[in-house]
Design a protein around this ligand. Structure first.
Ligand code: GLN
Ligand code: ZN
Length: 732
């Protein structure tokens, strides 16, 4: 039995990666010191592999993003960055003023940089995998370099602002790209490299026959090289074509669903290739039922095993988590523990006496009252008492808002004072009263500022929240938060996904105090601010022995209780944030109807408010093009979306939907940029939207929350936004 593993997190047990990277950006350490730190982390990763697995991957520590590294490798550097000058160009592309666009990596919460293909004159600019291979060689360690494959690279790239997905177009680009990859492989083999791990996760997407013909052509050009291909996050779209590729080994994900297994049973697996069975889950943090896993490996007759997908979706280790609920830590396996599981499996197959533990969740109490509520749900539970048109009439009477109402998405700058106070409170250095009065002061300040600027619907600023998901996770039953379970989201940015381990229910009001306090300070409506069930679930870990639908409904019921409490306290507008609603959709469209059915129900259950209550849904950075029919079924009254990057073009998705009647909050300010948007710039976005929507349906707001911005940018930008609304009211 041969053990492979890949994608071990690069952040380090104490987030050394983040620290070194940010120190380097701030000029606190030199380039050499930075590279030194990175080498230590690379050694740390490789040491973890070496103690547990047989094939040790290299080229896994990108300084920012591995897709960007691949773009550098093949010389795909847009004109505007000038001549490639090492790290300075690299970080300009990653986070400079004209940085590459960032988007979600498949259906995960990792964000990669979208390569821009301009000329398509690829060249081998820097053989990064070889450099890393030689680095380890010099330390006496043999590694198998891991490289993002050419198909996936193009699939994740854009040309002239559009995805490169059409087989004909891909084919043209491959003529120049394939020789570059060949060169990379050649140089590796010349230097004695015996195995190259090629990641092709795009093979699991909805591909057509023509794509697969292309893939076969591309890989036939590599047939002499010792390649092993890895696919994950779903089953491969064409199993038979996949297993006939002329390579040494093929990895298949047997965890994400059962389709690969069914295809294996139907079509078998060629005897001249190595099947690497991805059987240890890289996305969820639970210990595996190793007995069952061993049975599966047996059934597959696999002589090699691995994790199902990269391990960087997990924190490094659960070992030091001391404040988890009783019995939880024993059930957790983060990246390090996953490697150990692979090792135990190997030992088992080699006939060593090992014990294959069974994991059971039976000792976690089930809250029957919640299960009962879910059983009693009826179609009416997912439907508001009145239709939108009727609600709209009531709400307009109640709220009396002007045309083009202005608002923000929720958070205001989380300055270092705010973060420091929270840290001190968490460490017990200041009392609860002191912390709460500090938060109250922040709320008071932000309400005044919003009134002075002249916004129509105010928010309380979210100063009490560390993170929109963690905040609710800390307050709900059945969800644990970790002390050190950091996962990289992009660049140097980390977050700690909560762990949904039991029945989710509300312990009591979660947001009431802050929202009602804010409302008590103003005559203008203050929006209640909640995170929706799909986003809480999507950005947390959760159990796989409970149907996803059930978990989503549990959370939705808890959120709905909060909605009811806010209503009782006189709050007239409630926003439910669902930025993960689109991203959580399965990779394959054939599974969309099933997903959207329960996802829509969960949102509607949470949003089931009185007709008088105006429900806002916030979904930023989502592509609505193919999901507009589903969006239409959500029971909100207003949806706020990001629109500035596409200059309002995102609205075309709504244009194609006949009979769109609900209000849309148009994001006119790109909150990722430090630039203050001008009135005219924002006006052109609204004008684009006005071509398809009547003025009565349009709100004006930023793309997303203002948490990461500075006050110096926020005040003038919001003033411009309000000026814009005034101008629009005169003109239209
Ligand atoms: N209300 C949240 C905020 O403003 C929304 C964040 C998000 O959509 N990612 O911070
Ligand atoms: Zn947002």
């Amino acid at each position: 039995m041969k053990v492979y593993a890949f994608g071990f997190p690069k952040i380090g047990e104490k987030r050394e990666f983040k620290k070194a990277l940010e120190d380097f950006w701030k000029g606190k350490i030199t380039e050499n010191q930075f590279k030194e730190e990175m080498s230590e982390l690379r050694m740390y990763m490789v040491e973890n592999y070496r103690t547990n697995v047989d094939v040790v991957p290299s080229n896994e520590l990108s300084y920012y993003d591995f897709v960007l590294d691949t773009a550098i490798m093949v010389g795909a550097i847009p004109e505007r960055f000038g001549k490639y000058e090492g790290l300075s160009t690299y970080f300009e592309m990653a986070r400079g003023r004209k940085a590459l666009e960032m988007t979600k990596y498949f259906n995960t919460n990792y964000h990669y940089l979208v390569p821009e293909i301009e000329s398509g004159n690829f060249e081998l600019l820097e053989n990064i995998p070889l450099e890393d291979f030689l680095f380890f060689r010099s330390m006496g360690i043999e590694t198998a370099p891991r490289i993002l494959g050419p198909f996936t690279f193009l699939y994740l790239s854009k040309k002239d602002g559009m995805w490169i997905r059409e087989p004909g177009e891909m084919e043209k680009l491959f003529t120049r790209l394939v020789p570059v990859y060949r060169k990379v492989f050649e140089e590796l083999v010349e230097n004695g490299c015996g195995e190259i791990l090629v990641d092709e996760p795009a093979f699991v997407c909805d591909l057509q026959k023509d794509h697969w013909n292309l893939i076969k052509d591309v890989y036939s050009e590599f047939s002499g090289f010792p390649l092993t291909i890895f696919t994950y996050y779903d089953s491969v779209s064409d199993y038979e074509s996949y297993v006939s590729l002329p390579v040494k080994g093929l990895h298949l994900d047997f965890v994400s669903n059962t389709e690969n297994l069914r295809n294996f049973e139907k079509h078998g697996f060629p005897s001249d290739k190595t099947l690497i069975a991805g059987v240890i889950n890289g996305r969820q943090p639970w210990r595996a039922n190793l007995k069952k896993v061993a049975e599966l490996v047996d059934k597959l007759g696999a002589s090699a095993i691995s994790n199902s997908c990269p391990l960087f979706h997990l924190p490094i280790t659960a070992q030091w988590e001391n404040s988890l609920p009783d019995g939880l830590r024993e059930k957790l396996a983060f990246a390090k523990e996953k490697l150990e599981e692979l090792k135990v499996l190997k030992e088992f197959f080699e006939g060593k006496k090992v014990n294959l533990p069974e994991v059971s969740f039976e000792d976690f109490a089930v809250d029957e009252s919640v299960s009962k509520k879910i059983k009693q749900l009826t179609p009416d539970s997912f439907r508001r008492e009145k239709e939108y048109q009727e609600r709209d009439r009531i709400q307009r009477e109640e709220l009396k808002l002007p045309l083009f109402p202005t608002t923000t998405i929720g958070s205001f700058p989380q300055t270092s004072d705010v973060r420091k106070m929270r840290a001190r409170y968490r460490r017990g250095e200041i009392s609860e009263e002191e912390y709460e009065s500090f938060i109250k002061e922040q709320i008071k300040k932000v309400v005044r500022i919003q009134e002075e600027i002249g916004l129509d619907v105010l928010v309380h600023g979210e100063f009490e929240r560390s993170d929109m998901v963690e905040f609710f996770a800390e307050r709900l039953n059945g969800i644990a938060t970790t002390q050190n379970g950091w996962v990289l989201s992009y660049g140097s940015r980390c977050y700690r996904p909560p762990i949904i381990y039991g029945t989710v229910s509300r312990t009591g009001p979660m947001t009431l105090k802050e929202i009602t306090y804010a409302q008590s300070l103003t005559e203008k409506p203050v929006k209640g601010m909640l995170t929706g069930p799909i986003t809480i679930m999507g950005w947390s870990y959760y159990r796989e022995d409970i149907p996803e639908e059930e978990i989503a409904y549990q959370i939705a019921l808890a959120i709905n209780e909060e909605v009811k409490d806010l209503e009782k306290a006189g709050i007239k507008i409630i926003q439910i944030d669902e930025p993960a609603f689109r991203e959580k959709a399965p990779i394959k469209k054939s599974r969309w109807p099933e997903y959207f059915e329960w996802a829509i129900n969960a949102f509607n259950l949470a949003a089931n408010a009185k007709a008088e209550t105006q429900i806002h849904a916030h979904m930023c950075y989502s592509d609505f093009n193919e999901i507009i029919e589903y969006i239409h079924r959500l029971e909100f009254d207003v949806i706020s979306i990001e629109a500035s990057r596409s200059k309002g073009e995102i609205i075309s998705a709504f244009e194609n939907f006949k009979g769109w009647k609900k209000q849309i909050g148009v994001g006119v300010w790109d909150i990722h940029s430090p630039a203050v948007p001008s009135v005219d710039e924002m006006k052109s976005i609204i004008e684009r939207v006005l071509r398809i929507l009547p003025k009565e349906l349009i709100w004006v707001n930023p793309d997303c929350g203002l948490k990461t911005r500075n006050w110096e940018e926020v005040v003038p930008s919001l003033k411009n936004m309000v000026d814009l609304a005034k101008k629009l009211r005169k003109e239209y």
